[in-house]
Design a protein around this ligand. Structure first.
Ligand SMILES: Nc1ncnc2c1ncn2[C@@H]1O[C@H](COP(=O)(O)OP(=O)(O)OP(=O)(O)O)[C@@H](O)[C@H]1O
Ligand SMILES: O=C(O)C[C@@H](O)[C@H](O)C(=O)CO
Length: 325
């Protein structure tokens, strides 16, 4: 197996970062100005990935800070019921709020997210609130890039990564770049590099790797050459509907095609892709197969209304792959 993990661990993966609320336009194919109703779902990239893994039958855990209010309680209840261990989440006692993402579905190819993320509870997670003994119980630690955008969450993430490294828990870095949370492009590149250089698996879009390198129009070959000088064993670079590439440190290159579908909205593709790709890697499947799982899962989620609730099970993913073989 390319990434060696200890399958006797209590949790398959522990995700650290934000768990928020998505409010997705119910009346779609119109601008948000004309939208009157929104459906509520759990959102936030690492929460979505954890939920996706639970739907695939794995045992994920979550580290994060939730607001002590109705939204925080909704998130904890939903994720627990979905099969994510939420016992290590901490409650914010300083009045910070849950992050909200209003999603606009103008057309299948034109979606946008309007974020309410000032003073959000998830960015107030402190290093002292991250438990080494919990991380030690995971096969993988998943870190989201957005959680690096502000202190004290930044230090909490760096602490989680340090605990994972100390306890031989491989680190997955999902670049998950959300521009509104960052002060500058330089900050992003500094903190992204700090974690990317320690990560075993790095997953992001081509644009997100450009943020890591703080340049435009970067080339995959140059990106992987630089990153493979550090801890990375496996790098996935996504190119939207054009598909994705996986690179191994040993020099293997794999190309995954997107599965065409009737798209409702494009967001949620990355999180569903990551969940199914990681599931396949943990199940010991080949990288070619893991790319198919990621693409199939994303194809299912972009055809549905939510990012979290729509995460598919293994049977749905395998059926979609089969129908294209
Ligand atoms: N329109 C689409 N139809 C089918 N599959 C898609 C589509 N868009 C993306 N995908 C699949 O999802 C994968 C990830 O998509 P993308 O590169 O857009 O990720 P992302 O930008 O991280 O997503 P997100 O919008 O959730 O942040 C792609 O590699 C592809 O397999
Ligand atoms: O927190 C966000 O950035 C938005 C997410 O909640 C949303 O689920 C999404 O865009 C998934 O990729």
């Amino acid at each position: 197996m390319l990434i060696k993990t200890d399958d006797t661990k209590k949790y398959d993966l522990i995700a650290v970062g934000r768990a928020c609320i998505d409010l997705n336009a119910v009346e779609f194919n119109r601008p948000m100005e004309e939208t009157m109703t929104f459906a509520k779902y759990v959102g936030g990239s690492p929460a979505n990935v954890a939920i996706g893994l639970a739907k695939l039958g794995l045992k994920p855990g979550f580290i994060g800070k939730l607001a002590d209010d109705q939204h925080g309680r909704f998130i904890k209840t939903y994720m627990t019921a979905a099969g994510v261990d939420m016992e290590e989440t901490v409650l914010d006692t300083a009045g910070h709020k849950t992050g909200l993402a209003f999603t606009e579905i103008k057309s299948p190819s034109e979606c946008s997210i309007l974020m309410y993320r000032d003073e959000v509870a998830d960015l107030y997670l402190e290093a002292s609130e991250v438990d080494e003994a919990y991380i030690k119980q995971a096969r993988l630690l998943l870190v989201s890039g957005t959680a690096l955008s502000m202190s004290p969450s930044r230090e909490a993430i760096l602490t989680a990564v340090a605990y994972a490294k100390k306890n031989d828990v491989p680190v997955v870095f999902e670049l998950d770049y959300r521009p509104y949370t960052w002060q500058s492009l330089e900050d992003t590149a500094v903190y992204y590099s700090l974690v990317a250089n320690q990560a075993d698996i790095i997953i992001g879009t081509r644009d997100e790797f450009d943020r890591l390198e703080n340049k435009e129009g970067g080339k995959n070959e140059e990106t992987i050459a630089a990153l493979f000088q550090h801890s990375a064993q496996l790098i996935v670079i996504k190119h939207g509907v054009e598909g994705s590439y996986a690179y191994t440190k040993a020099g293997d290159v794999y190309n995954g095609k997107a599965y065409k579908t009737k798209v409702l909205k494009t967001f949620g593709a990355g999180d569903s892709y990551a969940a199914a790709f990681i599931y396949a890697v943990l199940a010991g499947k080949s990288i070619e197969t893991a790319l198919k799982y990621g693409s199939a899962s994303a194809s299912i989620v972009v055809s549905k209304h939510s990012s979290s609730d729509a995460m598919p099970d293994v049977a749905a993913i395998e059926a979609l792959i089969q129908s294209h073989e």
